[in-house]
Design a protein around this ligand. Structure first.
Ligand SMILES: NC(=O)c1ccc[n+]([C@@H]2O[C@H](COP(=O)([O-])OP(=O)(O)OC[C@H]3O[C@@H](n4cnc5c(N)ncnc54)[C@H](OP(=O)(O)O)[C@@H]3O)[C@@H](O)[C@H]2O)c1
Length: 258
């Protein structure tokens, strides 16, 4: 198996931002790579995002850690999704996740065979809904997953109750989806002056404060904010280095998030 930890680092999500717009995707991927981003998350659920990401990476695929998903209960469709991924991502998927827990028990055996054959780096599992967290926990307890992707931000903290402690106990890296609340948390940023105490932590913007909030939880390994704007890919990547927040800075961000 590959190295367990990704980071703590900032990656790049592709939901709603990489739907077939090659020019935008190329510019965002170039900016992200230049800023040190290595992990890119996508899915067959995100329209044309997988193909667009593969094309945007091109020869730079080898610089990337590619995380995608299988999103179907139909074995034939799963095989088709996987075949396309191998085509688009140079014959290797670094992190193959079962999207939204769909048929996860059924998929595990073939995913493990592919991992053992070297075409998959590690197997992960995702869900966005707190109502599915019990089942996500059950999946992790099988100890057959090497990554879990879940929502975590100052407005969505249910994962703190069981899943983050469980992932820590089992040594499973946590990938945080929707770290900016799908844009809602950044829609009305606090006044710049409110961020003053965070400047010594390298924080210049509210988005960076939110990303660093998640990454400063030692149980979190990777955040995957999505953006259509190259300058924001750079801005977000800058939140992925120490110093990390203590409880005091995290509390400030929680208060500012309201
Ligand atoms: N497995 C699942 O069930 C699941 C579900 C949801 C998401 N995900 C994954 O998690 C990723 C992230 O989640 P998400 O895309 O829903 O939301 P997100 O990353 O929390 O927020 C993305 C939004 O924030 C804006 N944004 C990004 N950087 C910003 C910045 N520096 N300043 C201001 N605004 C900024 C973007 O707008 P602009 O484009 O205009 O910058 C976009 O509207 C997804 O792309 C996907 O890869 C997985």
């Amino acid at each position: 198996m590959e190295e367990r930890r990704f980071g703590p680092v900032v990656g790049l999500g592709t939901w709603n931002t990489f739907r077939g717009d090659r020019v935008t995707a190329g510019a965002v991927v170039s900016a992200a790579l230049a800023a040190g981003v290595r992990v890119f998350d996508t899915s067959p659920m995100y329209g044309e995002a997988e193909r667009t990401l593969g094309e945007a990476l091109g020869a730079r695929r080898t610089d990337a850690v590619l995380a995608t998903k299988i999103w179907t209960a139909d074995p034939d469709e799963a095989a088709r999704q996987y075949r396309d991924q191998l085509d688009w991502f140079g014959g290797h998927v670094d992190v193959e996740q079962v999207h939204n827990l769909v048929a996860w028990r059924e998929h595990l055996a073939w995913l493990e065979r592919e991992r053992d054959g070297g075409r998959i780096g590690r197997i992960g599992v995702t869900h966005y809904a707190t109502s599915a967290f019990d089942e996500l926990g059950a999946a992790l307890r099988t100890r057959r997953f090497d990554a879990v992707q879940l929502p975590y931000n100052p407005h969505e903290r249910t994962a703190e109750r069981e899943l983050l402690p469980l992932a820590e106990e089992l040594g499973i890296p946590v990938i945080v989806m929707v770290p900016l609340g799908s844009g809602r948390l950044v829609a009305r940023p606090p006044e710049g002056i409110a961020l003053e105490p965070l400047r010594e932590f390298g924080v210049e913007t509210w988005a960076q404060a939110l990303l660093k909030w998640a990454l400063s939880d030692p149980r979190v390994d990777l955040v995957i904010p999505a953006t259509k704007r190259p300058e924001r890919a750079r801005e977000n990547a800058a939140a992925g280095s120490p110093p990390w927040f203590t409880l005091a800075e995290r509390s400030l961000v929680e208060r500012l998030a309201g």
